[in-house]
Write a protein that binds this ligand. Sequence first.
Ligand code: KIV
Length: 278
Amino acid sequence: MATKQTVRDILLKKGGKEKISMLTAYDAPMAALLDQAGIDILLVGDSLGMVVLGLGSTVPVTMEQMLHHATAVSRGVTSALVVGDMPFGSYLVDPRESVRNGVRFLKEAGCDAVKLEGGQDACEDVRALVRAGVPVMGHLGLTPQTAGQLGGFKVQGKSFDAGRKLLADARALEEAGAFALVLECVPGRLGEVVTKGIDIPTIGIGAGPHCDGQVLVTNDMLGLFEKFTPGFVKKYLNLAPQLKEAVAAFQDEINSGVFPAPEHTFGTDEDFNVLLKG
Ligand code: KIV
């Protein structure tokens, strides 16, 4: 059985040949499959609001919803590092509140670390969490919880000034104690510059090939989420059409009597016909 990944194992992969692999998970059976396949990190992303709960954005997702799903994911995992995403409003309000919420991910949901969005504005929270013993992964670039302020779901850091600010944010998060950094939807060259400019691993999603690792939303890469597909997603499977075909076959077969067949039916030697006769 593979040994449990630690924050230190992830840090040691910085700049190495072997990249860090991260996928999202929201329930125990899927977490177990991804874990058995050898994924390094499972992120219980607040993307669950959109790909599991049917919400229009990640903003309404609550602490209780995150803890409910994170607990299930932790139950399915033996090896991967489990990171719980701090939902909108659970941090950046008061560092003591952030610590209380961050600690819940570890104590109640069995996570190994938390992730939060934001740069220099989030550093006070990152410092407080790390001081309290909660490892923190940062998230810069396109930050979905505040996408409205960023002009929507668009590539970030396209100008020189925006790139410089993003690098300064990355350095500030490292200095505050973050152990890794998600870079979402930034030009590939900026992904490379930030990766070379800090000593903690970067994990890219739409940030080019030079990051220390890559993350995708599992429901996107399996082709299960049909509402929209961001341009940076590669579908490794296209399960939604297959799933619909399977359901149509089930309906056909129950109508035609092909299913259930004798092998799906419990046999008996007793003659129940007598019951029909009253
Ligand atoms: O919530 C999420 O799934 C994420 C990933 C896109 C990194 O934050």
